[in-house]
Every structure is written in C-alpha cells, then in structure tokens.
Design a protein around this ligand. Sequence first.
Ligand code: ATP
Length: 317
Amino acid sequence: MTVRNCGVMGMESAALMNVLNLVKTYGEVRAVDGVSFSVPRAEVFTLLGPNGAGKTTTLEILEGIRGADSGEIEVFGRKLRRVDRATKERMGVLLQEGNFEPYLKVREVLRLFASFFRSPRSPDEVLRQIALEEKATSLVKTLSGGQKQRLAIGVALINDPELVFLDEPTTGLDPQARRNIWSIVSGLTAAGKTIILTTHYMDEAEALSQTVAIMDHGRVIARGTPRELTSGLGQETIIEFFAGERAAGATDALAGSCRGVRNEGGLVSIETDDLVATLRRLLDWSREAGVPVADMVVRQPNLEDVFLSLTGRRLRE
Ligand code: ATP
C-alpha cells in the first residue's frame, strides 16, 4: 500500500495540524488506538472509515470536546496536551447532530451564534456562502434536510475559522443536497481554509479530499491522496456483473485466472491485472454455462476497493 510520510511533529511546516499517537479508550474499547497524521494547510483532509472506526472520537479530541488518554496535538504552530479556548476560537465545528431552535429564523440563528464571538463575520455574508439568502427570514422548521445542514455549516463558519471540522456532513442527504455541500466545501479550501472531514462515503472522500486517512478499529490503516491509495492496488481492473443464483459457477470458473473474485449476493466482482484474458474467460463461461452477464461494469479501483483489500470488509456492511 502506498502510504505518504505522515510527518513528524514540528517537522512538516506545510501542516496546519500534526497528531501523534492519540489514544482514547472507553472501558475495554480502544476507540482511538495510536492515531498519527498531519493535516496540510488549505486542503481537505478526510478520515474515511466504517461506523465505529473511531473517526468521531478522533475529531472530538481535536476539537477540544474530549480529552485523549495520551498523545500529542500540534495546531497553529503550538503543541497542546488538550485543545484550549484560544485554539478553539480559530476553529469551526459542524457536529454530527446539529439541532437548532425550530422557531428561530435562519438569519437569527446566525446572529445568535455570531454573538458568541468577538469579531464574527456578517450573517448575510455567511448566508451567501451557504446559498441560503432566500431563506434568511424562514423558520428553521421549514428548511429541508440539506438546507438545515447548510445552515449548520454556516454556523461553523461564523467565526471565520482557519480550520473547519465537518463530521459526516452529508449523511442521510439526497444526491443533489450532497453535491451542494460538496461545492461549499470546495469553496472553503479555495479560500484558504483547512478542512478535516469524516465520512463513510468513499465517493465523498474521492471527490473532496487531497489527503485521505483510512481508519478501522481505532487505527489509521492507510494514508495518501485518493490516487496514491488506489494505485497502491497495482494495475488492477475490476469487473462486476450480476449473475444471481449462478454467481457461484462464475466464481469457480474464474478463480485461479485473476487476482481475486467475490460473490456478494449474486453480484460477482473480479479483480484482474489482465483485463482481456479475464474478459475472454468470463465470456467463454457465460456462453458455455448459458448465463448472461447482466449489468457488467469494468472500472478502475476506488477507495472502497482499497478498504476491501486491506480489511476483507466493505466500508458499509
Ligand atoms: P460513526 O460513523 O458511527 O460515528 P466513528 O468512526 O465516528 O463511527 P466513534 O463514534 O468514534 O466511531 O466510535 C468508536 C468506538 O468507540 C465505537 O466502538 C463506539 O461504540 C465507541 N464509543 C464512542 N463513544 C463512546 C462513549 N461515549 N462511550 C463508550 N464507547 C464509545
């Protein structure tokens, strides 16, 4: 697996944040089990992993909401045992469950949060950034899920933070609402902000991040650009098709002539270094067995395949 050098504390000047050997246990559970990484300035750095991987706990420690059992954090050029108030003022946080008073108006919510800071941004400027100007005088309870999430991002931006934490910003949203949020996030890095994002959607990690750290069971198991991570799988190509109840026949016929083949509920997934030879063999099997290969897709590996090859599991099982 291609892994980018994680950087040593204080050694990587381009990094806005360095995290070294963070540990947090809850009783027997090592929720965060020796996590280290560097977050480059003005980039989206993503923690990608399945539910329970330890992403939220890591973020909560970096946001100063939770203390770690051990480990070091260096942010804005200062080493800290625990994130303090002065540091928090330079950060913006989107929490996983952001519930606002339903009978407040959208601009009122932003004004309220602005009042907590010494030099906040103007609520109207933030409304423009999150594309909610038309909803400025609407009640929170009338907003759609995507609009509520945009408002929550607006609240995270009201203090003009240099570093913004977005914990699973698009979970549960429809594709259009997700894309709206992706466009806000891309705009933030273009304006020089640094983003730390968590997600269990591999397409979100691929679309937004310059650097991805894949987490599982409290550990970072791989780190790099999305391209570095997927190219670590070599010259591999993935062929997928649906064979229903006949899928087991396909896996038997192809095993041995490719790098790997899986049957998940009738969906056959083949990894190969020799696309032409594998396709030929697959089509021979299809003809001889009389099984059509429905909905066949040939594609390059994605971050889900990286996770699968590292853990034998899918991100969302
Ligand atoms: P999700 O995507 O579901 O939020 P995650 O990757 O963010 O998952 P965490 O929420 O950090 O993972 O949880 C990591 C582990 O720590 C899980 O096993 C979880 O059950 C456990 N855990 C988290 N918070 C607590 C807590 N307050 N008390 C006890 N165990 C906890």
